[in-house]
Design a protein around this ligand. Sequence first.
Ligand code: PGA
Length: 251
Amino acid sequence: MRKFIVAGNWKMNTTVPEGVELAKAVLEKAKDIPANVELIVAPPFTHLVSVADALKGSRIAVSAQNCADEEKGAFTGEVSADMLVSAGCSYTILGHSERRQYYGETDAKLVKKVRLALSRNLKVILCVGENLKEREAGKHFDVVRAQIENVLFNFSAEELKSIVIAYEPVWAIGTGKTATAEQAEEIHRCIRSIIEEKFGPAAADDMTILYGGSCKPSNAKELFACPDIDGGLIGGAALKADDFIGIALSF
Ligand code: PGA
């Protein structure tokens, strides 16, 4: 069964006490959200234990924003899948465009990261999306297809059940410029058809595909009404509990 998800990516924002306050505020307001919508928050690494503690036993899952591509050992500054699980995470975001752009994250590295995360029962939110130049050159379908093939095609239909895709056009992230519902839906439909080609109709139908990029309460309803958009990965608007919940109420 396809899941509907609203996930908040806090990026490098909030101190630990601010993050715990934000998590508590989201929890407090979450009671009106339909039960079939899964809520996830993705705070920075330093916050995970405290935020997971504040949300313990609640309906809100905790995600990391990244995960190491090695199991353990001499990798200064890295955080492993085992550590994330022990901190209370059930998800990790992987392949966010900011990781790809600023930290040289490649599809090959992502395959290792996804494999490690899944081996520890961490579910994965895998981000894909084209940049402005690629969009203007009409290459967006090709770019997204390559990202999906290079990473997801290394996994089985069974493993796919623990993976969520987030389509995030880079030109829409943090810019206030949202993709129109038509632009987003056509890529989401394409992603689903790529999954279907490789893994069959059941896997394609079950796949949760989130939209990310300047999603806010005022545009979420139109986006979520599209048949292939199953929720959102929210950046800026996830830093205000009211906006985040407003988006989750848009189903
Ligand atoms: P944004 O970020 O909502 O601030 O555009 C989305 C994301 O990068 O996940």
